[in-house]
Design a protein around this ligand. Structure first.
Ligand SMILES: Cc1ncc(COP(=O)(O)O)c(C=O)c1O
Length: 432
């Protein structure tokens, strides 16, 4: 029986919410029939090269044989089992790998369902830590503008107040502190004034601060800004000076994307709490992890509650853990370094020069991330259609046209992505 894609898309348009999309004036959705390697096959049998890695997650490519086999093998023994009072091999192996791969102060692993939840867990850990220490007034958070940490309420309370439309949720959102976003760009000369206001926030508010949270090196959805590692060094030093926990949200940057396994390595710092997600999963099943130190775990466990107050139904889902294990095993071969480096070199050569285009305000590259910031906002529906016509999948937002391809992408496929970006820059109807 042939599938009527028009009907399916019509139902989708009328009944299904898509991320950040109007229900009354929805942007078009493209129907993906299957995905393999770096290609998505659309309903008309057209293939598009994926420049987004399904939002940073699919680092080893779609329909990866090793990940598929891990998923099948796990499903044949057990797809799910509660984690309360039960444990299993996939969760243990995954945690062993995470402890081995991340900075050596991080030895306690909390596995959860999604990036936003791992941020909730991190924030709760920080607050419960100070509560357990008899300092419940240390319950506020400090962060920087232009950040993005997820869509749940606590995560939202540390997202950029303007991008995150805090005004709508004002009555329920926790009020936290926002220092200016880091200004000195990665690769530029460090400007000491960059942390001047951050210093003041720590000095004035440390007695109420539980934690400082930041996306290390790359601020993703809040503007694709790539900043100087010295900012992180200074922020970490301030956390130590003022007794504030440092939370690194590496949900987007983790697992090689910036050219280091973790972006914190650029600044040679060890966070007190680390959030991981996205690439952790290989792009298969929703999963995230929050790692912390012996100290944080012990203090929480000795506090009033006697335990950490969180425990989702699908905590450490065996299927998701098994695929994540397989994904980390691929990373542990070390091949990602050459792959990311090769992508970076090509982006430097072919994408950075687009800064000369009259429509472009800035271009920036780090690891397997390439960003073209236009002077005007894009017309999403038109630009998306043009990209699909040219055989690529790139999903810009605001003024940002950016790519973070799967690490396995070939040189010619990456050239096609960059050429498509270069082409749309000449087309008026792709911009508002
Ligand atoms: C830095 C960062 N933190 C948290 C999140 C939220 O993750 P999830 O969408 O899995 O809830 C994202 C997602 O884009 C992210 O980029």
């Amino acid at each position: 029986m042939s599938i009527n894609y028009t009907d399916l898309l019509e139902f989708d348009k009328n009944h299904i919410w898509h991320p950040y999309t109007s229900m009354t004036k929805p942007l078009p959705s493209y129907f993906v029939k299957s995905a393999h390697g770096v290609e998505l096959t659309l309903s008309g049998d057209q293939s598009v090269i994926d420049g987004m890695s399904s939002w940073w997650a699919v680092i080893h490519g779609y329909n990866n044989e090793i990940l598929n086999n891990a998923l099948i093998a796990q499903s044949q023994s057990m797809s799910h089992v509660m984690f309360g009072g039960i444990t299993h091999q996939s969760a243990i192996e995954l945690s062993q790998k995470l402890v081995a791969l991340t900075p050596n102060n991080l030895t306690k692993v909390f596995i959860s369902d999604s990036g936003s939840v791992s941020v909730e867990v991190a924030l709760k850990m920080a607050i419960q830590y100070w509560h357990s220490k008899g300092l419940p007034e240390k319950s506020k958070l400090l962060t920087v503008k232009n950040g993005y940490h997820g869509d749940t309420f606590a995560a939202m309370s540390v997202c950029d107040p303007v991008n995150g439309m805090h005004t709508i949720f004002e009555k329920v959102l926790a009020k936290n502190y926002f220092a200016p976003a880091p200004l000195t760009r990665f690769g530029d000369e460090w400007n000491e004034r960059d942390t001047a206001l951050l210093n003041e926030f720590f000095a004035n508010h440390h007695s109420e601060l539980a934690a400082f949270i930041i996306e290390p090196i790359v601020q993703g959805a809040g503007g694709m800004r790539i900043y100087h590692p010295q900012y992180l060094k200074e922020a970490k030093a301030l956390c130590e000076k003022y007794n504030v926990l440092f939370i690194a949200d590496e949900i987007a940057t983790g697992f090689g994307r910036t050219g280091k396994l973790f972006a914190c390595e650029w600044a040679d710092i060890k966070p007190d709490i680390l959030c991981l997600g996205k690439a952790l999963t290989g792009g298969y099943m929703s999963l995230a992890a929050t790692l912390t130190t012996e100290d944080v775990a012990h203090v929480i466990s000795q506090g009033d509650a006697g335990c950490f107050m969180h425990g989702p139904t699908f905590m450490a889902n065996p299927l998701a853990c098994a695929v994540a294990n397989a994904s980390l095993s691929i990373l542990q071969t070390g091949k990602w370094q050459q792959q990311v480096n090769r992508i970076e070199q090509q982006l430097i050569k072919q994408l950075l020069p687009l800064s000369n285009h009259h429509r472009v305000a800035d271009t920036r590259v780090l690891g397997a991330i390439g960003v073209v910031e236009a002077k005007q906002a894009v017309n999403v529906a038109n630009i998306q259609k043009r990209f699909v016509d040219m055989g690529v999948w790139i999903r810009p937002f605001g003024k940002l046209i950016y790519i973070m391809p799967p690490y396995i992408m070939s040189e010619s496929d990456l050239s096609q992505l960059i050429e498509a970006i270069s082409t749309v820059l000449n087309e008026d109807n792709c911009f508002v």
